[in-house]
Design a protein around this ligand. Sequence first.
Ligand SMILES: Cc1cc2nc3c(=O)[nH]c(=O)nc-3n(C[C@H](O)[C@H](O)[C@H](O)COP(=O)(O)OP(=O)(O)OC[C@H]3O[C@@H](n4cnc5c(N)ncnc54)[C@H](O)[C@@H]3O)c2cc1C
Length: 389
Amino acid sequence: MKTDFDAIIVGGGPVGLLLACLLKQQGKRIRVLEKRTQPIAHSAAIGITPPSLHILEKLGLADEFIAAGTKVRDCFVHGQSTLLGCVTFRDIPDEHRFILALPQVTTIAILQRHLGDEFIATGCEVSGVEQFDDHCLVCSSAGELTAAHVIGCDGWRSRVREWAGLDAPVHTYDLHFLMGDFIDRTGFGSEAHVFFTETGPVESFPLPGGRRRWIVGTATPMDQPPPGLVSELTRQRTGIDISVADQVNESAFTPHRFNCGRYYDGRIILCGDAAHGMSPIGGQGMNTGFADAEFLAEVLCHRDPALLLPVYSRFRRKAAQSAIFRAEWGMWLGTRKGRALSLLRDLLLRFLLRHGRLAQQMGRFYAMLTIPFNTLARVPQTTLPPRTA
Ligand SMILES: Cc1cc2nc3c(=O)[nH]c(=O)nc-3n(C[C@H](O)[C@H](O)[C@H](O)COP(=O)(O)OP(=O)(O)OC[C@H]3O[C@@H](n4cnc5c(N)ncnc54)[C@H](O)[C@@H]3O)c2cc1C
């Protein structure tokens, strides 16, 4: 059947937009359906890792991203009372020796501009997807459309996942965080600083435009945080004064994790947060979704995508599992409270950060250079179906 599109992408978040750009570049007929009409209000993902910058290079966008963001080359790790060491990206084996800090809203804006308005329908909510032997039917507030494949990039509350019967149990951690972006008067410049204290963690990352993000661990979920809580907890735990008057936004989050057993069913495919969820602590969610998008674009441009979808599902699932585990481990370590555990953590981190080779590994680790299976070329070739060679 001649369909309206080769691929319909449900959700114009960062992952859906990147996938659309990659498919458009290969001449595919695509459409992104996005229910939002306004940009997101909070900055969410801010850390773009070197592997993601390489994907953006394929689109000729890396320079624009780098010019808009702040290069974070060092992350200083503080214990209860002293500096324990530094995770540096200055000597990682990549041409981009930094993490790029850029608010998600800007990432979305650049990708959207690159894609072009004619490829995105905004204010268009998808209400159902049905699949047949040779096509999918998508029902949306803008009417019915057909496509060879439908890709659910509709975030962690994905309805596409539900319609395809791919849901996985979601585990919610009993850990809570509050974050706010502030006008930066610390003098930290482009440095990141994390403080692991007896009473809870504080993380601080530079943002472009003279701003800085502060994240504090809280004892309970903060649906209605008292005014000034980020400043107050930061002062109590680190002695650093950040003025409430300088705060420009605030949001709270309670991390969760899940990983779908399979990332596709027939012609319906999941990508990004729709397929997996991980703690934002560690800054990997969007980057993992970007790598999904790169892999999936290759699969969808193959002469027989059905042959390669099991490979996409298997290997990107493994990659996500690895990121989920790292995020969980890092969050667990950072949120241990009390004097004894804090002392043990200080000892462990000092050891890891002050021993040359181990310290070097930390830079590679947080730059996500060690997450496997980003592209088809990086999966064991013996696992590919014979007819794909
Ligand atoms: C506080 C915080 C900090 C973070 N920091 C980082 C970081 O530094 N680095 C990092 O890599 N990740 C980070 N993340 C994670 C990152 O924000 C997510 O992984 C990323 O947004 C996932 O992108 P996505 O496109 O898959 O989904 P989303 O961003 O959730 O986009 C989904 C889109 O689908 C649309 N949609 C949903 N349902 C429908 C429908 N039925 N019809 C049409 N449209 C629909 C939504 O409106 C939305 O625009 C952070 C997250 C949080 C909460």
